[in-house]
Design a protein around this ligand. Structure first.
Ligand code: SF4
Length: 247
């Protein structure tokens, strides 16, 4: 009986974590979200949008869940969790997700910036990230996809509020050390025209009826669509090894 109660509690715990994460994923599944445009490989996002996502491992579920908690519990500015929606093809602000239809899905992007910091007359868009140093990874520089994420928030803010943020910051928190010391990477953001071109290129790739070209990077190792994980992508292990060597 004691064993059974242990198992029952553990199973309820895992179900709660997975249930919470899948509910928050479903809420944004139809529209193109900022994070759909940021991974280096658009084919990866294309699969995420077209197929049922494979099961995530418990370690990753824990990090994502902690991320949600920490995001809500650590506000750094007066403007946090700021939602944006805009038609980035026509540079038009939108006020409601209902304005995104089957016709304009791939013109529009929605997303929520974690923090908008106003400091000495300048605007800095901040995105908080959690990671676990226990998993053997410590950021030495901001991940490129996170840098694009900040830039796309800049584009959305510019379209919806007419304000051009000059700076962005990635604020990494290590859950393995109980948030002991954040790693912060502040940077100047890109020009509006360059960000719009990038976003439109990504939207056009996601709009395709067939999977877009693959972009092979070291991240393929962790991609659920990799054939080594039973996924449909035709990337080979030799190609991934080569990309990892070049990293
Ligand atoms: S395995 Fe690599 S190339 Fe294939 S979809 Fe995933 S990230 Fe893209």
């Amino acid at each position: 009986m004691i064993e059974e109660i242990n198992t029952e509690l553990e199973s309820r715990f895992k179900k709660h974590l997975r249930g919470t994460l899948s509910r928050s994923n479903k809420m944004r599944s139809k529209n193109v979200h900022v994070t759909d445009l940021t991974p280096p490989c658009s084919r990866q996002t294309w699969y995420y949008r077209k197929r049922e996502e494979p099961e995530r491992d418990d370690g990753l579920i824990g990090i994502l869940f902690m991320g949600n908690i920490v995001h809500a519990a650590v506000p750094l500015t007066k403007r946090n969790e700021v939602p944006f929606i805009a038609d980035v093809r026509n540079m038009k602000p939108l006020t409601n997700l209902n304005e995104i239809t089957d016709v304009n899905t791939y013109d529009c992007v929605s997303g929520t910036a974690d923090e908008i910091l106003e400091y000495k007359g300048e605007i800095c868009i901040v995105d908080k990230k959690t990671y676990s140093s226990k998993r053997g990874w410590n950021p030495k520089e901001p991940d490129e996809s996170y840098v694009w994420q900040l830039n796309i928030y800049k584009l959305l803010m510019y379209i919806t509020e007419g304000v051009e943020a000059k700076y962005g910051a990635i604020f990494y928190m290590d859950v393995a050390t109980r948030l002991e010391k954040p790693l912060i990477f502040t940077m100047e953001l890109k020009p509006i025209r360059e960000i719009q071109e990038y976003a439109l290129k990504k939207l056009d790739q996601l709009k395709m009826l067939v999977p877009p070209e693959k972009t092979i990077t070291w991240k393929c190792k962790y991609c659920p669509w990799n054939p080594s994980k039973g996924g449909p992508c035709d990337v080979t292990s030799a190609e991934v090894l080569e990309a990892t060597r070049k990293k």
